[in-house]
Write a protein that binds this ligand. Structure first.
Ligand SMILES: [Zn+2]
Length: 291
C-alpha cells in the first residue's frame, strides 16, 4: 500500500543529495471539499500544496511557508501554506470562463511566484520570481537557480484521490568526487511517471530510482490539513477595515459575518463584538516614551 498523508525524508550521502517524498490523500481531499474546484484548477492547487509541504520540510524552523501565485489570467489567486508541524491549507480563486484544457501559463497569464517564510519568532522572508515554463515545479526550480540557494528540483503528480511530490536538493559544500551525481539524480527522477508516483510505496520508488546507491531513510512524518484561522486573527483583520465601515455594515445587516476561505469556518461579530475589537486596541504609551 502506498503511504497516505506522510512525508518521508531521505539522504543519498555519497552523492551529496538529500530528498523528500510526500503523498497527500485525506489532507488533499480536505482542501478540495471546501470549494467546488473545476478540474483545471485542481492540478495547480495540488501542485502548490505539495510544493509548499516539500519546501517547508527543507527548513529547520518553527513557522509557516506560503507559496502564492499571482497573475492576470482566469486563475486569479493560488495560495498554499505548510507549517513546520506538517499541516497544510490552501485555496484557489478563479473566474469563469475557464479554458477546458489549460496549462499553468494559460491559467495564470503573466504571473509571479511569491514564497514567504514566516518564523514564529524572527524576521519573515519573501522571495519573488516570474513564473516561466508551464509547471509550478519548473517555476520553483527556476526560483532556486536565481536566488543562489541550494539547487532544488521538484517532481509532482496530482490525481483525484492523491497528490505526490518528490524533492531533490544538492547539499552544501560538496567536494564530491562524483561531479555528475546531481545531474544523474535528476535524470533518474525524470523517468518517474505519474501513475508510479501516485500509487507506488515510497520504498518502491526509492528502490526504482536509487537501488545502486546507499539511501538513508528517516522516519516519516504524518501530514494533515489544518487551518490556523481564529476569532482573534479575523478580529485583527476587521480592525484594519475601521470602525466606521464596520458600524455601517452592522447598521445594514445586524452583524459582520466572515467566512474563512481556507476552511469555511464562519465567524460572526455583532455590535458588541465590534466595539470590543476597538476597545482592546487603544494604544498604550510605553514608559520609555513618556516625557
Ligand atoms: Zn480557517
Amino acid at each position: 500500500m502506498p503511504e497516505a498523508d506522510q512525508l518521508q525524508r531521505f539522504l543519498l550521502e555519497k552523492l551529496g543529495v538529500r530528498g523528500e517524498m510526500v503523498r497527500l490523500e485525506a489532507s488533499w481531499r480536505a482542501v478540495l471539499e471546501r470549494h467546488s474546484y473545476p478540474e483545471t484548477i485542481r492540478q495547480p492547487l495540488g501542485e502548490a500544496l505539495v510544493s509548499a509541504m516539500l519546501l517547508s520540510a527543507t527548513l529547520k524552523f518553527t513557522g509557516s511557508l506560503t507559496l502564492q501565485a499571482r497573475g492576470d489570467g482566469p486563475l486569479r489567486t493560488l495560495i498554499a501554506q505548510a507549517t513546520h508541524d506538517r499541516t497544510l491549507r490552501g485555496l484557489a480563486r478563479w473566474s469563469e470562463p475557464l479554458p477546458q484544457t489549460a496549462s499553468l501559463g494559460d491559467l495564470l497569464g503573466p504571473a509571479q511566484l511569491v514564497m514567504t517564510i514566516e518564523p514564529e519568532d524572527g524576521q519573515s522572508y519573501q522571495g519573488v520570481v516570474p513564473i516561466q515554463g508551464d509547471s509550478l515545479a519548473m517555476a520553483i526550480g527556476h526560483y532556486f537557480d536565481l536566488s543562489e540557494q541550494l539547487p532544488t528540483r521538484l517532481w509532482l503528480a496530482i490525481g483525484d484521490g492523491a497528490a505526490f511530490g518528490l524533492l531533490l536538493q544538492r547539499m552544501p559544500e560538496q567536494d564530491s568526487e562524483d561531479e555528475d551525481a546531481w545531474d544523474r539524480c535528476q535524470l533518474l527522477a525524470d523517468t518517474l511517471n505519474s501513475t508510479e508516483m501516485l500509487h507506488q510505496p515510497f520504498h518502491t520508488l526509492l528502490h526504482r530510482l536509487f537501488h545502486t546507491e546507499q539511501v538513508r531513510v528517516f522516519e516519516s512524518d504524518p501530514v494533515a490539513f489544518r487551518c490556523n484561522c481564529s476569532r482573534t486573527r479575523i478580529g485583527s483583520t476587521l480592525r484594519a477595515i475601521g470602525a466606521a465601515d464596520l458600524d455601517a455594515l452592522i447598521a445594514e445587516r445586524g452583524s459582520v459575518d466572515v467566512t474563512c476561505e481556507f476552511c469555511n469556518r464562519e465567524y460572526r461579530f455583532d455590535s458588541v463584538d465590534v466595539s470590543e475589537l476597538f476597545a482592546s486596541s487603544i494604544p498604550t504609551t510605553a514608559p520609555s516614551q513618556r516625557q
